[in-house]
Ligand binder design. Structure first.
Ligand code: SF4
Ligand code: SF4
Ligand code: SF4
Ligand code: FES
Length: 961
């Protein structure tokens, strides 16, 4: 997986049409060689598969052929002229010649025309060595340009450098249209066109705008598709071509895109989406492709630091001292306040191996089950809801499966922002004709975007998902749309009958629930009929489903719908939670919850515990430990005193910020392991510098249960990988851990986790990635789950009674606030705020319906106070009818916005997942920051000063040496 020389991926010219195994084959002869390929294959691709490379410029195998450059001409027996091989499909018995003197002449002529209007600056061009035009000039044997270089040309056209990551230099453009097609076909944004005709034709972004001003979302697909240096990464312009590459996995969202990190020594030159990446198939978004600058940002803290009180300046210490101090503090706390007075939080951003070690440290070295993870605050209801109904707490499909779906239900998820590469695949399927039902309080982009229009948008009132889902089920049952055979064969009859009776009740009808959900009954009926009868029906959902007081109930209601319609257990269907962070799935699998050992086995399960005890040589506690909210309560109550927090900024990400901050302030030893002095670290006593994904080996597990390798492309700048820090801490605590490489941790994971039995680094290298379960029954992994039977045997329908949230609009708080993400930023923003992505989103704003704004005298850009029963913050308002009247929306990427100062500690009844998506608020025009913001600003200033003083101490020490 390490390439010592950068090789361009082999390009077969046009996309594959089926496989040798499943397609009807056609046999033809190319340059005397007989070859059989699937029907519909182009002559160009057939030749490439026979090892014959026909010259080309406008064709590439990630895009449909276009036939504009005329370089790929061939001769075919019985055909007049010289057809373009990229647009000519193979035929049985066809005889093709790719190299004849006439073809050579024609191709040279084409190249002469291109080169006569192209700068001859190859030696100083950033694409030198990676330019298809340059290559083709060589391939066709171009030796002279008969027309000279003095005719009309584009050589003085101005470069558009507005995008922070790539530039567009039209003087180098050969108008091959690859960028336009990439934006349409691969990305689905349609931001580019070729404007003008003939000689005047050129690539235009948006309505003749700069790239930055246009609809371009900076995914980079056009840059990757461009065969010249016209669209070029600025990092390549600055640094030149890379010299080696390493395959690794993106550390942002749950899509888990594979990348080739192209390197020069220890520096990244560019990240190129891996063509063989099974999650992303060569595509990426602005975060994974471009937003990696944070890894070398000057604000990274690279040396360990300790302090007695959070009002003290930080003292930089050696790793040995930091680890010894942490261990002695944790032991002191346990000796004084009891074994359960400390705990740990694992991170969904860290690798499986790192997460495994943290939960092992807590259970084996701390001797408690006080371990939890940030999945608590996002997808814990998915784990619970799917386990109850289907028997396995994970999504059922691959991302590729969406290409076989006929009807998509997209609920509480905005993939164009949060899972962009999946969104591109989904859009492609929708453009092919699949139908779409969007259930979301906001009019998200997919409701109506270029060449896509949802059949139904059900703008559900926040907090009423369960009523809506049950109404959908009511229609399916009462209109006899149930897949009776599937249910009879695959599901528990008693539970189904009870469920059928329940959902059929009149109070669950769309008409009866319309006042609750705010969705017209006719739309609910239409959507239910479409999902139940439209062919393969798939459900994709996100945090808009889980982050509610009835999050687990809504997940079960979704599983009920899939079972009732037989939409589970094959390609194109299923229940698909779109996991937020890169390794949320993995952090749950690795036993991060206080009640579960790895592999979702309850800590009270004697047999499971015995297996771990034998392997780890310790006695484990049989009682569940504290969840994150319980840790906060216990801290305020005085019984919880110490926390090891790896890669998780709980002060910014958890609800009710003031409550979280007060809990942390009440503890005696908070240890934060992270890249930056984040909001949580401002309350810390020990700071252990973490390493970025580019600096470590391990694995991530994405939303499809796909385990992919993360590979070290540079040495850890802090001197230690995260897993090594946990190992050192465990050893200092007296519980020995001995690993020399993360692969040994994976061996232990496989030994102790039934769904990982067959996973090794060697197998991952061989297969590219693996979807669990991967064991004796499924040695190559399991792309689709529940095919013949559910993991729990029979599927179980669950009753989903709607219980209104306590959080509802009142006279005092008449609006409902809901929160979410934006494309260019990622969660608490610690990474993306430290990149050029701030060009697109530099502050969180409050989306407000124009009617609500007018009622309050609020205009575009005004400062508004947002007040709930938890607290108050101030944001700038933006007026939009994307939100419905009565609903306001914001993101939470900037600490000073304080979105979570306003959210409450209401939570899901089963899992304690916070109800981020429903907060009753009042909004009013204000002219100054809130009291919380003033306090936050003072505290942040003090903490930054204490950090700076640490720096000065170090510098002084260095000078005196
Ligand atoms: S970067 Fe992506 S969205 Fe922007 S123009 Fe290129 S392909 Fe389109
Ligand atoms: S910008 Fe690049 S990909 Fe687009 S038309 Fe010009 S040369 Fe082709
Ligand atoms: S879609 Fe997600 S995994 Fe892929 S590049 Fe973007 S952030 Fe990374
Ligand atoms: S590659 Fe076939 S016409 Fe351009």
């Amino acid at each position: 997986m390490l390439e010592t020389v950068i090789k361009r991926d082999r390009d077969l010219g046009t996309p594959a049409r089926g496989t040798q195994a499943d397609a009807c084959l056609v046999t033809l002869t190319i340059d005397g060689q007989e070859i059989s390929v699937p029907e519909g294959t182009s002559v160009m691709r057939a030749a490439a598969e026979a090892g014959i490379n026909i010259p080309k410029l406008c064709a590439t195998d990630s895009l449909e052929p276009f036939g504009s450059c005329r370089l790929c001409l061939v001769q075919i027996d019985g055909r007049r002229g010289y057809p373009a091989s990229c647009t000519t499909p193979v035929e049985d018995g066809m005889v093709v010649y790719t190299e004849t003197p006439k073809l050579h002449d024609l191709r040279r002529g084409v190249m002469e025309l291109y080169i006569s209007d192209h700068p001859l600056d190859c030696l100083t061009c950033p694409a030198n060595g990676d330019c298809e035009l340059q290559d083709m000039a060589g391939v066709v044997g171009l030796r002279a340009v008969r027309y000279g270089y003095d005719g009309a040309n584009h050589l003085k056209d101005k470069t558009d450098a507005s995008n922070p990551y790539f530039s567009y230099d039209p003087s180098k453009c050969i108008v091959c249209n690859r960028c336009v097609r990439a934006c349409e076909e691969t990305q689905g944004t349609f931001a580019l066109t070729i404007s003008g005709k003939g000689f005047a034709s050129r690539v235009t972004a948006g309505q003749n705008q700069s790239f930055l001003e246009s609809d371009c979302v900076s995914c980079g697909a056009c840059v990757q598709a461009c065969p010249t240096s016209t669209l070029q990464e600025k990092s390549v312009i600055m640094m030149g071509q890379a010299e080696h590459s390493v395959i690794t996995t993106c550390a942002y969202c749950g899509v888990g895109c594979g990348f080739k990190a192209e390197m020069k020594g220890q520096e990244v030159v560019r990240m190129v989406p891996w063509k063989d990446g099974q999650a992303n198939r060569g595509h990426a978004c602005v975060k994974g492709r471009f937003a990696w600058g944070y890894t070398t940002h000057k604000e990274r803290v690279l040396n360990p630091m300790i302090r007695k009180n959070i009002t003290d300046p930080w003292r930089e210490v050696s790793w040995e001292e930091a680890i010894a101090y942490t261990a002695s503090e944790f032991r002191r706390l346990q000796a004084t306040y009891g074994r359960d007075s400390i705990g740990g939080i694992t991170s969904s951003r860290c690798t499986n191996e790192e997460t495994w070690l943290v939960q092992k440290l807590v259970r084996a070295a701390f001797g408690t089950n006080n371990v939890d993870t940030c999945a608590r605050v996002c997808h814990s209801p998915t784990g619970y809801g799917l386990k109850q109904t289907l028997g396995e707490s994970a999504g059922t499909q691959t991302f590729d499966s969406v290409m076989h779906t006929d009807v998509v239900v997209l609920m509480g998820a905005n993939p164009s922002s949060a899972h962009p590469v999946f969104a591109s695949r989904l859009k492609r399927r929708l453009r092919q004709g699949a139908r779409l039902i969007v259930i979301d309080p906001r009019r998200i982009e997919l409701v109506n975007s270029p060449h896509i229009k949802a059949d139904y948008h059900l703008p559900v009132r926040p907090g009423t998902n369960v009523a809506l889902l049950t109404a959908l089920a009511h229609v399916i049952v009462t209109e006899n749309l149930v897949a009776e055979d599937f249910v009879a064969q695959r599901c528990e009859a008693k539970a189904f009958n009870e469920w059928r009776d329940f959902v059929a009740r009149p109070e669950n009808s769309p008409e009866a629930t319309a006042d609750i959900t705010g969705v017209p009954a006719a739309d609910v009926r239409g959507a239910a009929r479409l999902y139940a009868t439209g062919g393969n029906g798939s459900i994709y959902y996100g945090l808009g489903v889980t982050e509610h007081s009835q999050g687990s109930t809504a997940v079960m209601a979704i599983a009920n719908l899939a079972m009732a319609t037989g939409n589970i257990g094959r390609e194109g269907v299923g229940v698909n939670p779109l996991r937020g962070q890169n390794n949320v799935q993995g952090s749950c699998d690795m036993g991060s919850f206080p009640h579960e050992l790895p592999g979702y086995r309850h800590v009270s399960d004697n047999a499971a515990r015995a297996q771990f005890e034998a392997d780890w040589g310790v006695t484990l506690q049989p009682e569940p430990g504290l969840r994150i909210p319980n840790m906060f309560e216990a801290a305020l109550g005085g019984s919880f005193k110490g926390l090891y927090c790896q890669g998780e900024d709980i002060v910014q990400s958890d609800p009710n910020t003031q409550h979280v901050a007060a809990s942390l302030a009440a503890m005696e030893c908070i240890v934060v392991q992270d890249l930056f002095l984040n909001e949580t670290a401002k309350y810390a006593h020990v700071f252990l510098p973490g390493s970025s994904f580019l600096e470590k080996d391990g694995t991530f597990t994405n939303a499809e249960r796909r385990i992919s390798r993360v590979r070290k492309v540079m040495e850890p700048r802090n001197g230690m990988a995260d897993w090594e820090i946990t190992v050192a801490l465990s050893n200092a605590l007296g519980y020995p851990m001995n690993y020399t490489h993360p692969s040994e941790i994976m061996d232990e994971i496989a030994r102790l986790t039934p769904t990982f039995t067959g996973v090794t680094y060697a197998k991952l290298d061989q297969m590219g990635s693996l979807q669990w379960p991967c064991n004796e029954a499924a040695p190559d992994g399991t792309p689709i789950m529940h095919i013949d039977e559910f993991v729990r045997g029979k599927g179980k329908f669950m009753i989903t009674k709607y219980i209104p949230s306590d959080e509802r609009s009142t006279r005092k708080f008449p609006l409902l606030l809901t929160t979410g993400r934006i494309l260019s930023q990622y969660n608490v923003g610690a990474q993306t705020r430290r990149t050029h992505n701030v060009a697109w989103h530099s502050e969180d704003v409050l989306e407000t319906h124009p009617q609500d704004a007018e009622d309050r005298g609020v205009s575009e850009g005004d400062w508004v106070g947002v007040q709930s029963r938890s607290g108050e913050t101030v944001l700038r308002a933006t007026l939009t009818d994307r939100v419905q009247p009565g609903v306001v929306y914001t993101t939470f990427h900037f600490p000073e916005s304080g979105a979570n100062v306003v959210t409450t500690d209401n939570s899901d009844w089963a899992t304690n997942c916070p109800e981020y998506k429903v907060t009753a608020v009042q909004v009013m025009r204000v002219s100054q920051p809130s009291e919380w913001q003033r306090q936050w600003s003072r505290f942040a200033d003090i903490q930054h000063k204490l950090l700076r003083e640490r720096t000065r101490e170090t510098d002084a020490a260095l000078v005196s040496k």
